[in-house]
Design a binder for this molecule. Structure first.
Ligand code: ZN
Length: 194
């Protein structure tokens, strides 16, 4: 089992409040982030977004996906509630890495959908793992979480990693004319919910 250890923290004031940024490290050296607001230690039903890195969506607000908007909305909701945590996992492109994601995008330019493109490159449709979330949440002694996601497989993955999920809260943001086919594929082939 992959372990993930706390490594460093500091204040990180952002548009949505005075968050704290905590860095974690896997044995392999891979680094992940927890963004924390308010009192979450020893709490139940902590508002939580488990977000997989998407450089194109999170940083460039690409219209090909809805990641950047989901991240932003999660920050807003946590800010409104006054407390919560975002686990920012460095598993770009549903776990296939940045270069392979761009290769998959290139196949999508030719007309293949996101699942077909991943499979043509020799990957599963979704290579992500949520194993390390348990270690990250345990660091804060969080007892249970309300997860912001449309993806039931993420909830399942968290539960299989011994994270206690009280509730799934859907996130409906970031739809546009470019990503409608992509979002439909996520619904039809990857089981995402409305
Ligand atoms: Zn994305």
């Amino acid at each position: 089992m992959t372990r993930c250890k706390f490594a460093a923290k500091s204040k990180l004031p952002i548009e949505f409040g005075d968050f704290e940024i905590c860095a974690f490290e896997e044995d392999s050296g891979k680094e992940h982030i927890a963004l924390v607001l308010g009192k979450i230690e020893n709490q139940e039903n902590v508002l939580c977004r488990v977000h997989s890195e998407c450089l194109t969506g999170d940083t460039f607000f690409s219209k090909k996906c809805d990641c950047g908007h989901q991240l932003r909305r999660s920050m807003e909701l946590i800010s409104e509630k006054g407390s919560g945590i975002i686990l920012y996992l460095r598993q770009e492109g549903r776990g296939i890495g940045l270069v392979n994601k761009i290769k998959a995008y290139s196949l999508q330019d030719e007309g293949y959908d996101t699942v077909e493109a991943n499979e043509m490159l020799g990957f599963n449709a979704d290579e992500r793992s949520y194993e390390i979330c348990s270690d990250m949440l345990s660091h804060f002694s969080i007892k249970s979480v309300n997860v912001l996601t449309n993806n039931p497989n993420k909830v399942k993955g968290l539960e299989e990693s011994n994270v206690s999920v009280s509730k799934r809260i859907p996130l409906h943001v970031g739809k546009n004319e470019v990503n409608s086919a992509y979002l439909k594929t996520k619904k039809d082939k990857l089981g995402h919910l409305d």
